[in-house]
Design a protein. Structure first.
Length: 250
């Protein structure tokens, strides 16, 4: 992916990593459109960040995805990048049958959302001379945080889906990149001030730098996430799982 001159749609980019990445990419000379459910938040972002496009989208609703895709492609026919950023992360107690509602919502948002987005936008991206799909997984796709079992599972599934997508699109005009964040100081799991999470600006600096230096990358891995990403290959899986098992316990 070239770091400049793109037209990029990022659903789920009204806060946290998504918004930060949207603004960094805009500042690199890209046309960026962010998507979200709340029209008031979208209006505020458009006012606060001139040049940032907005579109209403609920990535848990197939009809909303189809409507947003039609709107984005009509307004931005040169769209050549999709970043499937939207996601939720919630704790679950698997001993309590009530966890099922959280699990279903997590699958709907974190797994079906990206799959539906790719289905909606891929035909248009394939028609471009050069295009990019960026999925967003997590270090927890490689070693799970036991407190959030369905979140971990969806991120592992998106990783697997991304690998298959890349193989199927080999030889096409579409590059497939997997963004693999560690824990980052965002509102996800109330980690804004967590000492064990990576500062947001540091994560964005390193990520954009890697995108710039590695235009042919298949994965974007900041150093902080390699502790999880490389645990199996380095024989540290049980150690890392043990550390994660002790985190966020009540």
């Amino acid at each position: 992916m070239n770091i400049t001159g793109n037209t990029v749609f990022i659903p789920g980019a009204t806060s946290g990593i998504g918004l930060g990445l949207a603004l960094r990419l805009r500042d690199k000379g890209n046309t960026v459109i962010v998507g979200g459910r709340r029209t008031d938040v979208l209006a505020r972002l458009a006012e606060e960040h001139p040049g940032l496009g907005t579109v209403e989208i609920d990535t848990t609703d197939p009809a909303s995805i189809e409507a947003a895709a039609a709107s984005v492609l009509a307004r931005y026919p040169s769209l050549d990048a999709l970043i499937t950023m939207a996601g939720i992360m919630r704790p679950e107690d698997l001993r309590d049958p009530g966890f099922l509602a959280t699990a279903e919502a997590t699958v709907e948002t974190n797994l079906l959302g990206p799959i539906r987005l790719i289905a909606a936008f891929l035909p248009a991206l394939l028609a471009r001379p050069s295009a990019t799909v960026i999925t967003v997984t997590s270090g927890l796709a490689y070693v799970p945080l036991p407190l959030t079992p369905t979140y971990n599972a969806t991120k592992a599934a998106v990783h697997s889906f991304t690998e298959s997508l890349r193989v199927q699109l080999a030889g096409s005009s579409v590059q497939v990149i997997e963004l693999v964040p560690p824990a980052v100081r965002t509102s996800l799991m109330n980690q804004e001030n967590s000492p064990i999470a990576m500062p947001l600006d540091d994560y964005l600096d390193e990520t954009v730098g890697l995108l710039e230096k590695q235009p042919d990358a298949q994965q974007i891995l900041v150093e902080r996430v390699r502790w999880q990403r490389d645990a199996v290959a380095e024989g540290r899986y049980d150690e890392v799982l043990g550390v994660l098992s002790g985190r966020y316990r009540d």
